[in-house]
Design a protein around this ligand. Sequence first.
Ligand code: PAF
Length: 283
Amino acid sequence: MLVYKTKVDLVDRINNLMQPDFSLGFVPTMGALHQGHLSLVKSALANNNFVVVSVFVNPTQFNSSSDLNKYPRSLAKDIKALETVSKDSILIYAPEVEDLYGSKIKSESFNFMGIESLMEGNSRPGHFNGVGTIVKRLLQIVNPNKAYFGEKDFQQLLIIKKMVEQEGLEVKIVGCPIEREPNGLAMSSRNGRLSPKEFHESAMIYEILQTVKQKFSSEDIASTCDWVLRRFNNNPLFELDYFQISDIESLMPIKEKIPNKKYRAFIAAYIGDVRLIDNIDLN
Ligand code: PAF
């Protein structure tokens, strides 16, 4: 499988491959690919003639250089994983930082109507400016018909939809369901940093979300939130960053349900020094 290191070579190849009625899919990643990524690639292949997968650890979306340095990098393994999905319909774009940022490694400033400062944005200031910057740049280079993102990063998915609308980019953003380990833990490149005990214990996050879903129809929001806090307080391995039940459009935490509105529950928690996030649809 060919790996393109520069945008010039990638665009040249795309232009040669594409026919007028072809459709191009795009799956942006930061590498360390797992089944969750591969399921996005499979969805993209099912609906497009070719799929570009970018593998790029984006420096502007990290809040600390230690988190950036710790992020797993495994391009050779990623290529092998993608070859198991398709040998001739995937183009890999794995550039160096300079190809995307030149000499200025800096984010653009976006206004996503406040969504950018809730949850992940509150815990990781500037994170979504970094995500918006790189996804906009990648979409402009690849110019796909459809781009695929996982719902594990539900806030990111919403922000990317807003960015695409604000920037007038002609691409359909497709959200795909969360892929899970057999114990329920949402698949993430960070899971590889968990010890076997931490991995085992992390099943608690999805168990809690499933119970929240049951409680949502019969109990009030405040008592459900208290119950979640108690579950985390009773397990010394975890440190809860946030739990909230939010309206799926504004992502604002709610105190009461309003009929016909749609809601999701969100958790971010540390186990050791690994930060895990997950969410569940409540309707
Ligand atoms: O979700 C990710 O892996 C990243 O945030 C993305 C969308 C590839 C941008 O760097």
